[in-house]
Design a protein around this ligand. Structure first.
Ligand code: G3I
Length: 333
């Protein structure tokens, strides 16, 4: 099990200063407002942000026709004040539907109008402030469409319509499809790419794929990452590493974060970032949170974990050192 990890890391420079592509983090608007250490760390290290929850349907339109922009607009103001770019996440996702969407019992035409109105109202609201959007998130499960509310009422065509509507609302931004396990599950990726290729042939405006990258120390392998990215590149699509974190304790074996885990995680972050940056199509790398104290992983998997670059006291971990070394190494090439 080993003792708690003990490390003093001084990062010689910020992540954003070491990278040719935007380096982002998922942020919480309340922590930006109320925690100066958190806020200063985001401003120093990152030149891109994504709202961890603020721009999802359940927050933006919690009741039909009632839009609540407060938390998301705070992110826009913060980003503008600090010359930080914003990636929008996410317009359509089964994981953040308000009750009135999940309980909808009307007809297809009405639901189509509801979906189009949400997408175009939101994209219009953030026009000029958001550089890119995850339009549809996690629409597939393995080798099949996820039977989310939109699929069940509108059929698979809801996906292409979402991208058409978003593009109509703002033709100047990149529209991404975002999902998880794309490198570790080649069958899922192949199924998705087959569907997206058909949409591209119909000239549906899909510009890139977000690899969420909620990874562990051993999965996906570097070969799987490289093979998956090559498949996406071959479709001419851009790539965002959209939600990177490296879990250490998915099987609940560890009770504390040890020096051994810290070193393994440092090497893993360094190796995967090098693999990502080897792809000319990678347009940004975003970690899914600032500090281990706020990661979704321990709550979701109900075990302690230390998946991010900074610890619960916002101290850089060895993982931050490995992450920076990969960025520096690549930008010096
Ligand atoms: O909704 C409240 C909001 O009303 C309140 O003002 C705010 C202040 O504390 O909290 C919000 O609470 C929770 C929010 O996280 C902040 O902690 C929401 O109830 C909760 O649902 C939300 O969970 C987020 C989840 O997506 C659902 O949106 C997680 O933080 C976020 O890490 C997780 O991220 C997802 C990606 O979007 C898609 N990929 C998987 C990833 C992990 O599940």
């Amino acid at each position: 099990m080993g003792p708690p990890a003990d490390y003093e890391i001084d990062l010689p420079q910020s992540f954003q200063s070491a990278s040719d592509v935007p380096i982002g983090t998922a942020v919480d608007s309340y922590k930006l407002k109320n925690n100066q250490t958190y806020r200063d760390l985001v401003i120093y290290h990152f030149d891109s942000i994504v709202g961890e929850w603020q721009m999802k349907w359940n927050i933006l339109q919690p009741e039909r026709g009632q839009f609540n922009w407060e938390q998301a607009d705070y992110l826009m103001d913060f980003a503008e004040e600090n010359n930080i770019s914003v990636h929008g996440h996410c317009l359509v996702w089964h994981g953040a539907n308000p009750d009135w969407i999940e309980s909808f019992s009307g007809g297809k035409e009405e639901f189509q109008t509801i979906l189009k109105t949400h997408i175009q109202t939101v994209v219009n609201h953030f026009e000029g402030k958001v550089d890119s959007w995850d339009v549809v998130n996690e629409a597939f499960e393995g080798k099949k469409y996820r039977r989310n509310k939109f699929y069940r009422i509108l059929g698979p065509d809801y996906i292409k319509n979402c991208y058409k509507w978003a593009h109509e609302a703002d033709p100047n931004i990149d529209l991404y499809y975002n999902d998880y396990s794309l490198a570790s599950n080649p069958e899922k990726l192949d199924f998705i790419l087959e569907k997206l290729d058909s949409l591209l042939n119909e000239e549906i405006p899909i510009h890139g794929i977000g690899f969420q990258s909620h990874i562990t120390l051993n999965s996906p392998t570097l070969t799987e990452i490289k093979e998956a990215m090559t498949k996406v590149e071959n479709l001419g699509l851009k790539i965002r590493i959209s939600e990177l974190d490296v879990s250490l304790n998915r099987d609940g074996k560890y009770g504390v974060f040890t020096d051994e885990l810290a070193e393994l995680q440092k090497n893993r972050y360094k190796q995967v970032v090098e693999a990502y940056l080897n792809s000319s199509q990678v347009k940004g790398i975003t970690v899914w949170g600032v500090s281990d104290a706020h990661s979704w992983i321990p709550t979701h998997f109900n075990d302690p974990d230390w998946p991010l670059l900074f610890d619960g006291k916002y101290k850089p971990k060895p993982a931050a050192q490995g992450f920076l070394e990969a960025l520096v190494g690549f930008s010096n090439e």
